[in-house]
Design a protein around this ligand. Structure first.
Ligand code: GRF
Length: 204
């Protein structure tokens, strides 16, 4: 059993894509829990509807929230294999990242290292891409390190945006590819097909 946890702050469409993949795949993958920095959002609602355990996390202990330190204990005790950030908007504390080296991945809706970094999330990304006049955008899946959108790139997919007339249109085109690439890469992790060699990541 390959156990993953999905972190999300918003609508949860990538979580849904991952759930659909996990449920139709022959690989033995379990979404152990869904973590959010909110108490209400589309991702939590989706998880609750599917009977997946949900957790709200915060830097400080407050009503109904676990701390990141609590999560480290919980994930280590339950042998979580992979932590997937899918639209999670809060910065993850350094000690949490240190606790799971090369086990935390993020999906970013553009081709890093372009259009990343602090403040580059949601529509901000697509507006910047639109204003740049670039004809391609895409999806990046990368390891999470202590700097926003900076860890080693695992996989990318280009998206032709030459006919896109607005940032919203770019967002839609990119999101469609996110829903394909993220489950595919989770599958590669579950099959131990993601290898790091000389600080580059290869899918074998
Ligand atoms: C996606 O575009 C993802 O790349 C970004 O945040 C968005 C989350 O969308 N990090 P959803 O909540 O999965 O629908």
């Amino acid at each position: 059993m390959y156990k993953i946890c999905v972190f999300a702050s918003g609508r949860g469409s990538n979580l849904k894509a991952v759930w659909e993949y996990v449920n139709s795949s022959s690989l033995d993958i379990e979404i152990y829990c869904v973590v959010s920095d909110k108490t209400e959002c589309g991702a939590l609602e989706f998880a609750e509807g599917k009977g997946i355990k949900t957790v709200s996390v915060s830097g400080k202990a407050r009503n109904g929230f676990l701390t990141y330190d609590d999560l480290i204990v919980e994930f280590k005790t339950n042998k979580i294999d992979l932590i997937v950030l899918a639209g999670f908007l809060k910065k993850i504390p350094d000690n949490f990242i240190d606790a799971f080296p090369e086990r935390i991945i993020n999906i970013h809706p553009a081709l890093l290292p372009l259009f990343g970094g602090k403040g580059m999330y949601g529509m901000n990304v697509h507006k910047a891409v639109y204003n740049s006049g670039m004809k391609v955008s895409g999806v990046t899946i990368h390891f999470v390190d202590k700097i926003y959108d900076h860890g080693k790139i695992i996989a990318q997919k280009c998206v032709d945006i030459s006919n896109a007339r607005s940032p919203e249109e770019i967002a839609g085109l990119v999101l469609r590819q996110e829903h394909k690439l993220l489950p595919e890469i989770i599958g590669k992790f579950a099959e131990s097909k993601v290898k790091i060699d000389n600080s580059k990541v290869y899918i074998i």
